[in-house]
Design a protein around this ligand. Sequence first.
Ligand SMILES: [Zn+2]
Length: 286
Amino acid sequence: MAEENINSRDIPNPIQREVRQRCGFGCVICGMPLYEYEHMEEWAQVKRHVADEITLLCDQHHREKTNGLLPKETVYEANKNPFNLREGLSKPYNLHFSGNEACIEIGGNSFTCKDEGYGTAMVPISVDGTPLIGIVLADGHFLLNVVIFDEFNTPVLHIKNNQLFYSAEPWDIQLTGTNLVIREGHRKILIDFDFQPPNKIVINRGRFLRNGIEILVRPTNILITNNSCLLSGNHAHNCHGGLIIGHHEKPIGGFFGMQNIPRYLGNRKEALKFEREVTKNHQNMT
Ligand SMILES: [Zn+2]
């Protein structure tokens, strides 16, 4: 059907994305990463989905607008100059992790640890002294730390002690339910996290980048394209370090350490071919 069903309240995906990009992936008033799509003019009157007429509001600001406590004019003003674009970063959102056990699944490999009462730290992935994913367990606190870099080595998303915030630079960022996806372009996923509070995080898809290292995460394996290293089905328990790549001033004992690894010039094509062959053989065997 060429004509869009104007009676449907469902906003088509491309229009939603355009609104997210324009609003900096957060409530235009306060920057909160949890938001709703709001027709600035009442839906009952306009009955159409035009990206320019839709904005993002968090629960609180949406309710305030509905109740008449937040004037329409203020929403229009904020929509022209959204919080996250003004600040350069989203408002931090606190993830609700807790407990004394942690499980991080990355491409079918699992990293688990248990706090035995004296505090425990676990670093599943670290490159050149920068933990890309790390966890601290202490006194029932579960603190998740993540930093995601883009192709230009610029951090685009942080989780610092459970506080999630991001820049408005990426092409798309979407937190839907427990699922956080950052895209670099159409159908180009940079990272796909599934937060499973109280104590689990699953990463089924992603591309960890840092200083010329590229770590690809697929549902069943991790591939380091620089040296065609493929990790599949590993389980590390109470192992301080996981995949530890490059130079670390304070050495981290890891179950998989790689100090010398080619940067940037790693043969990505060969690595992808190797991955295809190995996973094909694996499928044939099972
Ligand atoms: Zn808000």
